[in-house]
Write a protein that binds this ligand. Structure first.
Ligand code: UD1
Ligand code: MG
Length: 452
C-alpha cells in the first residue's frame, strides 16, 4: 500500500510550471532589452571567435539569476500550499476536529538555505565578471557558501554512509560511514559544480547548453520518484499494437511508493529545476550562435550552485555527478593547466581561422621554460588517446607546444576543424549522451554492483 497521499501537491506543481513559463518569457524579453545597459556599464566582451569587433553585452547571467531567484521567492507560499489549505479547512469546520499540523519549519529552512547559496553564487559570479578574480582565490568561496546547506542536511540527520559495492563488502562491510568526510565531499561538490561549467566555456551557447541538459536530466530523474496516481497509460494501440503500458504502475511499484520522504525531496528538486529550465531556455535563444549576449561567470555559478543545492538537499549527489560526466572529463583533462604544470593562457578557447570560418585546436607553448619531467610524462600519456596534440622542438626534441587541455579542443582533434555552431552541437550531444549513460548506470547497471 502506498505510504502517502497518492497525489502530489498539484497546486504547488502547477504554480511551479506557471512560474517556469514566466521565467522563459521574462528571460526572452529582459535579456535583449537590458543588454545595452550592461554595455553602458562597461560589462561587455569581444566575441573571440568572430571576424567582427562589436561589443557584446556580458554577464547577462545576472538578469537570469535575478529573475530565477525572485521567482523562487515568489513560489514560497505555493510550496506550503498543502499546509495553508489544511489550516484553512480546519478553521472552517472546527467541529470536525481536523488536526492542524505543525508548520513545516524544516522545509522552510531547507528552502531558505538554498536561496542563500544561490544568492552567494550570484554575488561571486558577478564579482568575478567585474573584477576577474583569479580562480585560485575564488575556489574556497562556494565551499563556505555551502555551510548553510550542510547544516540543514545535518539537522535532519542526513545519511553520511555510502553503500559498498558487492565485491568490496568482505573488506568494508555493506555500509561505510564516511562521517565528516561526507560533509567535505558535499562542500566540494558546490565548488565543483560552479567551476566545472565555467571552464567548459567560450563558444556561443556552451555554458547555457550544458546547464539546460543537466537541468532536464535532473527533472527526468525527479519524475521517476513521483507517485503517479493512476499511472499514466501510453495507449500502444495508437502505435498499432492494441495494448497499453502502465508506466505509472511500473514506476510506482519500483520506487515512488517506497517512501513519502523521497517524494518530498524530489518535489523540492523539481521546484528548483523547472524555473531554471525556463530561464536557461529563454537565455539560450539570445546566446545561440551568433551570440547577441554573453552569460558571464554569473550564469555558470548560479546554474552550478542550483545543481549542487538540489543534489545535496534532495540527497542524490552521486546521481547528480553522473550528469556531469563531460564536465568531470574536462576538469580532469584541465588539471595540468589549472595546477600550473603546463602553461595556461588567459583564454583556452579554440582558435578561429577567419579565412575558412572554422575552429582549430588552440595551443599553449613552453616558451618560458622547458616542460618538467612530470609535465612531459603527463602530456605524452594524454597524447596517446589523442586528447592533446604535441609539437616537438626540432633541436632538443622536447615538447615545445601542446594543444590546450580542454574537451572542446579534444573534439576538434578527433572530428577535425568545424564551425562554432557545429562544435556547440557536438558538446550538447555529448552532454545528452552522458545523461543517457548516467540513467543506464544508475537504474540498470547499479543492480550488478549493488543489491536492491
Ligand atoms: C574560462 C576559461 C577560459 C575560457 C573562458 C571563455 C579556464 C581555466 N578558463 O575563463 O579558458 O577562454 O572561460 O569563456 O578554462 N567568449 C566568447 N564567446 C562566448 C563566450 C565567451 O568569445 O561564447 C569570450 C568573450 O570575450 C568573453 C570572455 O570569453 O568576454 C569571457 O571570459 P570569462 O568568463 O571571463 O573567462 P573565465 O571564466 O575566467
Ligand atoms: Mg567564465
Amino acid at each position: 500500500r502506498p505510504l502517502l497521499d497518492p497525489a502530489p501537491p498539484l497546486p504547488a506543481l502547477h504554480a511551479s510550471l506557471g512560474l517556469s513559463i514566466l521565467a522563459l518569457l521574462g528571460a526572452l524579453y529582459l535579456v535583449p532589452s537590458l543588454g545595452p545597459a550592461f554595455v553602458h556599464a562597461n560589462l561587455k566582451g569581444r566575441d573571440l571567435l568572430k571576424t567582427y569587433d562589436d561589443p557584446i553585452p556580458e554577464s547577462l547571467g545576472l538578469v537570469c539569476a535575478a529573475l530565477y531567484i525572485l521567482l523562487l521567492i515568489l513560489f514560497i507560499p505555493f510550496a506550503f500550499s498543502d499546509f495553508l489549505n489544511g489550516q484553512r479547512n480546519a478553521a472552517k469546520k472546527p467541529r470536525e476536529g481536523l488536526v492542524i499540523n505543525e508548520f513545516p519549519h524544516h522545509q522552510l529552512s531547507l528552502y531558505l538555505s538554498s536561496l542563500l547559496s544561490l544568492l552567494m553564487a550570484t554575488m561571486l559570479g558577478f564579482l568575478d565578471d567585474v573584477f576577474d578574480i583569479r580562480w585560485r582565490h575564488k575556489l574556497p568561496i562556494p565551499i563556505i557558501a555551502s555551510i548553510p546547506l550542510l547544516m540543514v542536511y545535518y539537522s535532519e540527520r542526513g545519511a553520511t554512509d555510502v553503500v559498498v559495492p558487492i565485491p568490496l563488502r568482505w573488506l568494508l562491510g555493506s555500509l561505510l560511514n564516511l562521517g565528516p568526510l561526507y560533509y567535505v565531499y558535499m562542500s566540494l561538490l558546490s565548488t565543483f559544480c560552479t567551476n566545472s561549467i565555467n571552464i567548459l566555456a567560450g563558444i556561443n551557447g556552451s555554458e547555457v547548453g550544458q546547464a539546460l541538459v543537466i537541468a532536464l536530466s535532473v527533472i527526468l530523474n525527479d519524475l521517476l520518484y513521483l507517485p503517479w496516481p493512476i499511472g499514466f497509460r501510453i495507449p500502444l494501440h495508437l502505435l498499432g499494437r492494441g495494448r497499453e503500458v502502465d508506466f505509472g504502475g511500473v514506476w510506482s511499484a519500483g520506487m515512488a511508493y517506497g517512501s513519502a520522504v523521497l517524494v518530498e525531496r524530489h518535489l523540492f528538486s523539481l521546484y528548483f529545476m523547472l524555473p531554471l529550465v525556463g530561464v536557461c531556455a529563454g537565455f539560450m535563444y539570445h546566446n545561440w550562435y551568433p551570440a547577441r549576449v554573453f552569460p558571464g561567470d554569473t550564469l555558470c555559478y548560479v546554474t552550478g550552485m542550483a545543481f549542487a543545492v538540489v543534489g545535496i538537499q534532495a540527497h542524490f549527489s552521486k546521481t547528480l555527478l553522473l550528469f556531469f560526466l563531460p564536465q568531470i572529463f574536462n576538469f580532469v583533462l584541465s588539471c595540468p593547466q589549472l595546477f600550473g604544470l603546463v602553461p595556461c593562457p588567459r583564454h583556452r578557447v579554440p582558435r578561429f581561422d577567419a579565412e575558412t570560418g572554422l575552429l582549430y585546436p588552440s595551443t599553449a607553448s613552453f616558451k618560458e621554460h622547458a616542460p618538467s619531467r612530470l609535465a612531459t610524462v603527463v602530456l605524452r600519456v594524454l597524447a596517446a588517446p589523442r586528447f592533446v596534440r604535441l609539437t616537438a622542438d626540432p633541436k632538443t626534441s622536447e615538447i615545445a607546444e601542446t594543444t590546450n587541455l580542454t574537451i572542446l579542443n579534444a573534439f576538434l582533434l578527433r572530428f577535425g576543424p568545424m564551425r562554432e555552431d557545429s562544435l556547440v552541437k557536438v558538446l550538447i550531444a555529448t552532454q545528452v549522451a552522458g545523461s543517457v549513460f548516467a540513467f543506464v548506470v544508475r537504474y540498470g547497471l547499479a543492480g550488478l554492483v549493488y543489491d536492491g
